[in-house]
Design a protein around this ligand. Sequence first.
Ligand code: HEC
Ligand SMILES: [Cu+2]
Length: 366
Amino acid sequence: MRRFLSAVPFSWLIVGSALVLFFVASAAAQTQLEVCDPSIPATQGSGAGVTSVLEPRSKPAREIRDLGLLVVAICAAIFAVVQAFLVIAIVRGIRDARAAKSLPGEPTEPVQVYGSLPIEVAWTVIPIIIVFVLTMVTIRTIRDIDLTKPPLGALAVTAIGHQWWWEFRYTAADGSTVITANEMHIPSGRPIWVRLESADVIHSFWVPRLSGKLDVIPAKTNELWIEADEPGIYLGQCAEYCGTQHAHMLIRVYAEAQAEFDAWLTREAAPPFEEVAAAVGRKTFTDFACMNCHAIAGTSAGMFGPNLSHLASRDTIGSGYILLNEANLKQWIHDPNTLKPGCNMPSLQLSDAQVDGLVDYLMTLK
Ligand code: HEC
Ligand SMILES: [Cu+2]
């Protein structure tokens, strides 16, 4: 037994640990991965909150999963065959060595075989076939999902990556541009043609259940087909390291029935409802630098930070990282760095009264 163990190749240890890691990782992926703050309502609709590539909800994501599983299956088969030969060789080697010991004088080397034509042909032709199959299947998948033109009936949305949040732009029925942040609404069952742009560095747009990932590159527009088969919230994540708060540059895709989506877009296109009682907060907003960085329809036009026109209709702030409620908003405005360290919004050192006014005002922006 000790003999056998010492003969176990080192590669098995590596492969063994890799397998253990793989199973642990896939188990983790299976658990309901929620955004960092577990109190954020990630789940709505079937299986929302899951970010696993193994649970696709669109044609592009399904094709990517299927291709991945095919590659894993072929590699597993190759692994099994190679390891089987290895085990046979080890067992025979030990047996022959034992036999040689009991028969002194016999050669301990196994019979040497050189240049067997059938074997040479087999291990040349079989890998070529495997590589050929993988190439063809990959080309087919790319042709199916990496489109150069929007699919029929697609809705065009522009997504702009910023350090560390997402901006989404739509064209409303009246031709006006609707701008929102971090929570992307889409009609379910309809292809979405996402034009990806960056305001600063390279990001990557990835909603695992809706499509593959695609880089978001400054001064270049990439185009990505995403789609949700069924309504629900689908979580995504910037997938290209882009600085301090890269990990908290989350994407929330709200897929809803077409009529619901249309109603949402119409609401977003309209000016926000403002209560007269919130006028104090509105004045603070325009008196301070808030207005230079944030746009609120009818109030300010800043473009550096997220559009706040309909902030109160969103579930989260800080790019899907923090639940939107009065307490969090208060803390955020006092000093966003206590919630999202390193983010590009400064603390304006406002008094409690000023912050309270701002919160009252912002929470009316439905
Ligand atoms: C220098 C520009 C700048 C100024 C000034 C500024 N902000 Fe921001 N703000 C940002 C940026 C950038 C973000 C996005 C931070 C992130 O998620 O990483 C942000 C995020 C926010 C958010 C969360 C929005 C969302 O959807 O995630 C709110 C609310 C907000 N700011 C309110 C204010 C208020 C109120 C003021 C004035 C007291 C203010 N901001 C001043 C740049 C600014
Ligand atoms: Cu990033």
